[in-house]
Write a protein that binds this ligand. Structure first.
Ligand code: ATP
Ligand code: MG
Length: 288
């Protein structure tokens, strides 16, 4: 596994699940003055790293540090200003539209808020089958039942709608949908932070178990370092669009080198603390 520092001269690693080189993303804000252009937002600045196949890689950083921008580019949902992204040996940065099917079969995304990422007018069975149909995996009925069981939901959930489920159950549905086309890589953007604190650990453990059992690669964003430590082997710390520190979760957590990382560890309320608070106040019951 390669840890890349300033790596824009280094070629992408063709054996890595994700290989990112010199990734930059500038956003242009609308003009607020007739005389001056608004300065661009440098959402990503020369970001380089590799994620090995089967590795669980976390990204932490405060709001606005560029985490979701990075994920969207990895998922082919946004374009880089410069730099490259290579997924399982294929560069996707300028992948033509007609080859996006390749990407859908390689990687899937789980977003923070399952209510807004699930179509409220579609039945659960159709929601989960949608990526199967999109990637031409027909005969999906058995697969949908199998997926529901894998995420701990009853098979008769297929005929119901998203609003008939709790937040935790909806995120289980999002996980089932992400797994449907049998991707090798899961990208998750704060997958439990919109959930009630009492169900966060259950959904997190479900995701971690599935990733481990299927030997998937996980790219996992959280602003909470303790959640990342629970789920991931390695972590990158982002600050103002740059990776300021990267290493094993134990190294970064126990002996952070960068002052920004030290501040982050000290200041952010952790899931451990939140959960012990929830248990102490009697909220530790199963609200799924
Ligand atoms: N479509 C866009 N247009 C303009 N600026 C954007 C756009 N998307 C993101 N940005 C800006 O880029 C920077 C990085 O945003 P990003 O959403 O990647 O941060 P984040 O680390 O995911 O934050 P959070 O923890 O709040 O989700 C921010 O300054 C944000 O305002
Ligand atoms: Mg974000």
């Amino acid at each position: 596994m390669t840890i890349v520092g300033s790596a824009d001269q280094v070629r992408p690693d063709p054996d890595a699940a994700l290989s990112v080189r010199g990734l930059t993303r500038d956003y242009h804000r609308p003009r607020t003055s007739l005389f001056h252009a608004s300065p661009p937002v440098h959402a990503l600045r020369n970001v380089s790293f590799d994620v090995a196949k089967g590795e669980r890689f976390g990204v932490v950083g405060e709001s606005g540090s560029g985490k979701s921008t990075l994920l969207r580019i990895l998922a082919g949902l946004d374009h880089a200003t410069s730099g490259t992204v290579t997924v399982n040996g294929t560069e996707i940065t300028n992948l033509p539209e007609k080859r996006l099917g390749f990407l859908r079969e390689q990687l899937q995304v789980i977003f923070q808020d399952p209510m807004s990422s699930l179509d409220p007018h579609m039945r659960i069975g159709d929601i989960i089958a949608e990526p199967l149909v999109a990637t031409a995996h027909l005969g999906s009925r058995d697969r949908v039942a199998e997926l529901l069981e894998a995420v701990g939901l009853d098979a008769n959930a297929v005929n119901r709608y998203p609003h008939q489920f709790s937040g935790g159950q909806r995120q289980r549905i999002s996980i089932a949908r992400a797994l449907a086309p049998k991707p090798r890589i899961i990208l998750a953007d704060e997958p439990v932070s919109a959930l009630d604190v009492s169900v966060r650990a259950q959904v997190l453990n479900l995701l971690a178990d599935i990733v481990e059992n299927l030997s998937l690669t996980l790219f996992f964003i959280s602003h909470d370092l303790s959640v990342v430590r629970h789920v991931c082997e390695r972590v990158a710390v982002m600050h103002e669009g740059k990776i300021v520190e990267m290493g094993t979760v134990d190294d970064v957590y126990d002996s952070p080198r960068d002052p920004y990382t030290r501040g982050l560890i000290a200041s952010i309320p952790t899931l451990d603390r939140a959960l012990s608070g929830a248990v102490a106040s009697g909220l530790g019951t199963d609200a799924l």
